[in-house]
Design a protein around this ligand. Structure first.
Ligand code: M6R
Length: 607
């Protein structure tokens, strides 16, 4: 939510570095954009505008600024509508600031500052932060930041310029991500490494409450008490090519097509003697033996991956699993068993709701295992155990390859849990892993259906409502298919357990209403086909997604997509690719901004 970047170096290339960084961070929000920079005279100047980066670029083209140091911001609006005025950076004569997060006590601070003579020209919470820092500033930036931090409640990653200190960027964070990256050309701050990958892969993680001073030739770190800190340098394992479109028209399509590779990258390092083994991640074999209940906590697509995980863990290991939306979990005083385990799933590792749920569990003494894609992210760092998915950077707001690798880890965890609990023999475990690898490879066959799926998706272009149905594990997939379609194509859709339709929603089925029915589980096929017939009898237009060997009469539906005959438990890996492609092609057909759907951001760092 909101992207921050900053650069300071010897050459006057700051504006282009900032614009490139913002372009890479635009997936975090795109309601407005702006930069502050020191011009060649050392004067602090701000340019900002509502809307996307091309509008900011147009403004900058008129000025052609030369600068060696600046900060930039791309906004996902929380407080105050997207407008020029509310765009970041916010500034005073002495200070300019970009912010990601929410200042929760901003009204109180605003009142305090108003009493001190400050006036406000925006509706944002951030304006109070810059004015509070300005108020405390007496020539020493550290003291100003330190005092402001004592007053501010909420979450923030700040990048700050002080007019008196050209070439210096100050950074500070609490509950919002921020890194400090280093290179021979100069140094950076950024919400994440993808912003600066073209220049460097070396970075420091700024921890809660630390302050960084970033200069062209060095970076220094301090605790809030102003004690200097030595910090480890990390090297990103992502490269710039991975973070580019590579010839695809959209990141989303590229990421859908990267799934076979991402699955292999995630599965292979977790195998030893053909069995799941997480001992390198601190989960020794036997880890699950005593676990008597599991809570899977996540948001959106990651939560849907958790629903597949529930089916697998309960079926294979016979351990009760609850899947919960993180924003609800943390407020409902959850009941834990004697030996519980919480699994949090998050692509970004920064989702505020999931992070808050994790902290609640840790406070309750419950061990937390995180499944995360972004190395060094807050969730990865704070969990007791972390299993990384190796999807590479996922840039499109709609999550695709991250979902597949999350469920790949769910398969491996479920099998490990079953082995630990004596519910699966080693031979069965090895056979299970082989089937998982076959399923991962089979996603390539499903990708080959893309053109056919595109033809079907054209039928969805003019429609307003659509339904997804499925039973069992297919219901979890139906939810994911529905989320994907609505978030990028803006077609209203609902997902139902197929057996639930007759309890109400079937009243919405009339002539021509499209329904996507998933029937990948042989044991449930006959029941789902009956539900499809009920839909057809009311005029619904059905796309049936099933296995090649399903004994269905093709006339029971209007369109049929047949998937490879994998073991039923592994069908989600194949079926989800169809759902992703349906959403993608429908959104393209409707002329939507596929990678940056309206009102959304990739990394949701506010609660
Ligand atoms: O980064 P996370 O996996 O924690 O994100 C969770 C959700 O915000 C995310 O999956 C969201 O639902 C996606 N936009 C769906 O495509």
């Amino acid at each position: 939510m909101c992207g921050i970047v900053g650069f300071t170096g010897e050459k006057p290339c700051a504006v282009s570095v900032l614009m490139e960084g913002l372009c890479n961070l635009e997936y975090r929000g795109y309601d407005s954009a702006g930069i502050s920079y020191f011009d060649s005279q050392g004067t602090l100047t701000t340019v900002k505008t509502q809307g996307r980066l091309d509008r900011l670029q147009a403004k900058l083209d008129q000025i052609q600024p030369q600068s060696c140091c600046g900060i930039g911001h791309t906004r996902w609006a929380t407080h105050g509508e997207p407008s020029d005025q509310n765009a970041h950076p916010h500034f005073t004569e002495k200070v300019s600031l970009v912010h990601n997060g929410i200042i929760e006590n901003y009204q109180e601070l605003r009142q305090f500052l108003a009493e001190k003579g400050y006036s406000f020209s925006t509706e944002t919470d951030t304006e109070t932060a810059v004015k509070l820092i300005d108020y405390f500033y007496q020539g020493d930036p550290f003291q100003a930041l330190r005092k402001a931090a004592q007053w501010i409640e909420g979450s923030y990653a700040f990048g700050v310029l002080f007019a008196d200190f050209p070439g210096h960027i100050y950074a500070m964070r609490k509950d919002s991500p921020l890194i400090v990256a280093v290179s021979d050309e100069g140094n950076f701050i950024a919400s994440d490494i993808s912003a600066v990958l073209r220049h460097t892969r070396r970075y420091h993680l700024l921890s809660e409450g630390e302050i960084a001073l970033v200069m062209p030739d060095r970076v220094t770190f301090f605790t809030i008490e102003m004690d200097p800190i030595e910090k480890e340098v990390h090297t990103a394992d992502w490269n710039i090519e991975q973070a580019q479109k590579g010839g695809y028209p959209h990141f989303m399509l590229k990421e859908i097509f990267e799934q076979p590779e991402a699955l292999q990258a995630t599965i292979s390092p977790r195998l030893s003697h053909g069995l799941p083994d997480f001992s390198v991640n601190g989960l020794e074999n036997g880890f699950f033996r005593e676990v008597d209940s599991i809570h899977i906590v996540a948001c959106g697509t990651a939560m849907h991956a958790g629903m597949v995980g529930k089916t697998l863990l309960e079926k294979l290991a016979r351990v009760p699993v609850e899947v919960e939306v993180a924003s609800e979990f943390r407020y409902r005083d959850p009941i834990f068993s004697t030996h519980p385990l919480v699994i949090v799933i998050s692509q970004s590792g920064e989702t505020a709701d999931t992070l808050a749920a994790l902290r609640l569990c840790k406070r309750s003494g419950v061990p937390v295992l995180a499944v995360v894609n972004v190395t060094g992210s807050s969730i990865a760092r704070e969990a007791d155990y972390c299993l990384y998915t190796y999807a590479g950077p996922e840039i499109a707001v709609a999550s695709t390859k991250a979902y597949s690798v999350q469920i790949a880890l769910m398969y491996l965890l479920a099998a490990r849990c079953a082995l630990d609990k004596g519910k699966m023999t080693e031979e069965e475990g090895q056979q299970f892993v082989k089937q998982l690898q076959e399923a991962a490879a089979a996603t390539a066959d499903v990708l080959a259906l893309s053109d056919r799926i595109a033809v079907y998706a054209q039928e969805l272009v003019p429609i307003h409502d659509l339904f997804f149905v499925g039973r069992g594990i297919d219901y979890a997939l139906a939810l994911e298919g529905s989320l994907k379609l609505k978030e990028i194509s803006y077609i209203h859709s609902e997902a139902y357990a197929a057996g639930e339709l007759k309890h109400g929603p079937i009243s919405l089925i009339s002539e021509g209403v499209p329904v996507i029915a998933l029937a990948t589980q042989p044991a449930l096929l006959a029941k789902t086909v009956s539900n499809i017939k009920e839909i057809k009898a009311r005029g619904g237009q059905v796309l049936l997604i099933t296995r090649e060997d399903s004994p269905v009469d093709p006339s029971c539906c209007d369109h049929l997509i047949s998937l490879p005959n994998l073991d039923p438990l592994f069908m989600p890996l194949a079926a989800v690719v169809v759902l992703q492609l349906v959403a993608y092609h429908a959104a393209v057909g409707r002329g939507c901004d596929v990678d940056k759907p309206r009102n959304l951001a990739k990394s949701v760092t506010v609660e």
